[in-house]
Design a binder for this molecule. Structure first.
Ligand SMILES: NC(=O)c1ccc2nc(-c3ccc(Oc4cccc(O)c4)cc3)[nH]c2c1
Length: 323
């Protein structure tokens, strides 16, 4: 069709370089479209965040700026890579790698539930990715099957976590500094309130438990099927069931790991490090597969960041199309 815009008000610079194909996902704050780089026919995912969308003026912009800051900073084989950014006065445009296999959500729906060995391979990679995020002071806060992408249509494949729109960067809070000072004059609630304020990494541990439950059981642990409690009450009470017909082929070790992640008290919830040490994941064959997939990915064209650090990289938008 015509060489012009396929979508109105895209940045001209973007329209010159890419051709929009079709919508491939809808995030909370914006949409994701498949786009083709004209010079190389390479597929990319274009995520558009409208500055004037809900949740409220300013929040969408703040979240988008934080998402872009995080995307520039991260570099891990199981985290989505960013190719480019554009901005107009009313939208942000993030050009991301196109992850062929699509959402884990679609794979689980198609297969009803994943075979245990496949679920283990994916979950181990999710843990490694979240371990990397937490070690870099980033909490994802929106881990769900829609935000876990699969690198290929094969079962044995790399996963890529995406969507940092709800993510938080753990910075030195004034409360943390206060707690390091001399407490002589500090009121008691500063200590007791401290234990509950803000989000901690533990919210991601809980989400990982829900993700693993859905991968193995094929249905969510907290859902509207429950007649006596609302979803909110089920979560607050940590009330869920392993429906026998869905779980008869699943090992007790896998169920044990889920039980230790879906713990209401965040202090008692298993951390990523502890989950990685759980017997269910002490599986050398799986780890070899996962590590090979991750090393292959890392060996590919180094991410923009690595190039930038080595000082070779031109700013992405001025780069010659890669091989
Ligand atoms: N929310 C995000 O930050 C985000 C960021 C990047 C994303 N890429 C996809 C994506 C990629 C490939 C897909 O393949 C398919 C598979 C089947 C059908 C289809 O139309 C596309 C689907 C979704 N979804 C994304 C979401």
């Amino acid at each position: 069709d015509k060489m012009g815009d396929d979508q109105p008000n895209l940045p001209l610079e973007f329209s010159k370089k890419y051709h929009i194909a079709r919508k491939i996902g809808t995030g909370v704050c914006g949409e994701v479209k498949l786009a083709i780089e004209k010079e190389t026919c390479k597929k990319v995912a274009l995520k558009t965040i409208n500055k004037h969308d809900f949740p409220s003026i300013g929040t969408a912009t703040r979240n988008a700026e934080r998402e872009i800051e995080i995307l520039k900073k991260i570099d891990h084989p199981c985290l989505i890579k960013t190719e480019d950014f554009y901005q107009t006065e009313d939208s942000y445009y993030i050009v991301l790698e196109y992850v062929e296999g699509g959402e884990l959500f679609g794979r689980i729906k198609a297969k009803k539930q994943l075979e245990e060995e496949i679920a283990k391979l994916y979950f181990y990679q999710m843990l490694k990715a979240v371990e990397y995020l937490h070690n870099n002071g980033i909490i994802h806060r929106d881990l769900k099957p829609e935000n876990v992408l699969l690198a290929s249509h094969d079962d044995i494949c790399l996963i890529k976590i995406t969507d940092f729109n709800q993510s938080k960067i753990l910075e030195e809070s004034s409360l943390m500094k206060t707690l390091c000072g001399t407490p002589t004059y500090l009121a008691p609630e500063v200590f007791t309130h401290a234990a509950t304020v803000g989000y901690t990494k533990a919210v991601d541990y809980w989400s990982l438990g829900v993700l693993l439950f859905i991968c193995l059981g094929g249905y969510p642990p907290f859902n509207t099927e429950c007649s006596t409690m609302s979803v909110r009450e089920q979560i607050i009470n940590g009330h869920y069931r392993f429906i026998p017909s869905q779980w008869k082929k699943v090992s007790n070790e896998a169920k044990d790991l889920i039980k230790k992640l879906l713990v209401v008290d965040p202090e008692k919830r298993l951390s990523v490090e502890e989950a990685l040490a759980h017997p269910w994941l002490k599986d050398d064959e799986m780890r070899n597969n996962a590590n090979q997939l991750m090393q292959l990915e890392t060996a590919k064209i180094p991410a923009q960041k690595r190039k930038a650090e080595e000082g070779e990289g031109e700013p992405p938008s001025k780069r010659k199309p890669g091989p």
